[in-house]
Design a protein around this ligand. Structure first.
Ligand code: NAG
Ligand code: NAG
Length: 352
């Protein structure tokens, strides 16, 4: 009798407690189905994993960059990526390929010893080469530059402005007075999706538009090129999108939901990156990096027809993912890129 009573009390307790505890939970699940259930289900699937097939740096914003086999991933981006930019010599406002497509005809390379940046500038008679140290010392900067406020998008920061002898060939080529600028001492803190409140830490960068790293997938580019070919448009190269890390990619556009990725190889410390946002595109990919000729329509028209995938920036197509490295270390072509976490909640926050 006593045992039967205990059983009925337990059953009763269960029937009372079930609605109290479980129903609200179930309700919560339906409400957060996107954020809670889907990532859990994803654990059942194989983790996305791919390999790095190209590493690219663009030392001077909007100018031609180059590929490397190996470099250092810093919290601000790849070692030499966008550490320099060109500004209008009168206003110190940044200049980009958006207004001046010819900027892509200014080339950059490393000297044989890897210590200097060689900048090649087309000229009326011959190509001019400007040579500056890749990692200028405090002394060198004090001798050769002056610090001044500079403006990039809506953000005011500062830069080391080079002397007239360095700037002259740039001004001659672009047909207006410009100055070369190295990122100054004041940190440029990430904003928008990378703002300290959202990222959980204060992170800075040099002169990229918004975030330190852009990752692109070759699989997605190939899918885009199939569509372009169907329209009779020649395939484009990944350089149009100016990414830093190119991966082979498992399936096109699977990067849209990345949240955290890990770059690793045997005998190397793994490097984790927060993927903070999708990369919303402008018309820059229409500019041919070789000739600076700007295509009137493509790939913009094609991208806008099917790549408006981010609720936060509905009128721009997305290509590539923007990341903020959590740690620093050597990165090399051939390293594995593994997706640690995915999300359905990417939503671009506009404003720089
Ligand atoms: C800077 O200038 C001073 C004086 O001309 C010179 O002694 C020194 O070697 C220079 N430093 C660098 C790094 O160029
Ligand atoms: C930098 O300054 C030194 C003098 O300290 C000078 O010899 C050198 O030519 C300058 N280099 C550039 C690229 O301006």
């Amino acid at each position: 009798m006593l045992e039967a009573n205990t059983v009925s009390i337990l059953v009763l307790a269960f029937l009372i407690l079930f609605p109290i505890f479980l129903i609200p939970k179930l309700k919560g699940w339906t409400h957060t189905s996107q954020s809670t259930i889907l990532p859990r289900l994803r654990l059942w699937r194989k983790r996305q994993s791919s390999e790095i097939i190209s590493l690219r740096m663009y030392p001077i914003k909007s100018c031609r960059g180059f590929e490397v086999q190996k470099t250092v991933l810093k919290e601000h981006g790849l070692d030499l990526d966008r550490r320099w930019m060109l500004v209008d010599a009168a206003t110190n406002e940044f200049l980009t390929i958006r207004q001046i497509p010819d900027m892509t005809r200014i080339g950059t390379a490393l000297s044989d010893d890897g210590l200097d940046l060689l900048v090649t500038i087309p000229g009326a008679e011959s190509v001019q080469t400007v040579r500056v140290p890749c990692h200028p010392s405090h002394d060198w900067l004090a001798n050769n530059t002056t610090v001044a406020p500079v403006k990039i998008w809506d953000s005011d920061t500062d830069g080391y402005i080079y002397s007239d002898s360095v700037n002259a060939p740039f001004s001659a080529f672009l047909g207006r007075p410009v100055a070369l600028v190295y990122k100054g001492p004041t940190p440029r803190v990430l904003k928008g999706n990378g703002a300290p409140k959202l990222l959980g830490r204060v992170q800075t960068t040099g002169f990229p538009d918004v975030f330190p790293i852009l990752v692109a997938s070759e699989a997605s580019l190939s899918e885009l090129n199939v569509r372009l070919r169907q329209k009779g448009v020649d395939p484009i190269t990944v350089e149009r999108f100016r990414p830093n890390i190119v991966i082979r990619g498992e399936s096109p556009w699977s990067e849209d939901s990345w949240k955290t990725v890990r770059i690793s190889a045997e005998n190397k410390a793994p490097l984790d990156l927060d993927i903070v946002a999708r990369c919303a595109r402008c018309l820059v990919p229409n500019v041919d990096p070789d000739t600076a000729a700007k295509h009137k329509k493509q790939p913009w028209d094609m991208l806008i027809s099917y790549r408006r995938v981010d609720e936060g920036i509905k009128w721009k197509p997305c290509f590539g993912m923007l990341g903020a490295p959590r740690s620093e270390g050597v990165v090399e072509v051939g390293m594995r890129l593994e997706v640690l976490e995915e999300t359905n909640e990417h939503r671009y926050i506009t404003g720089f």
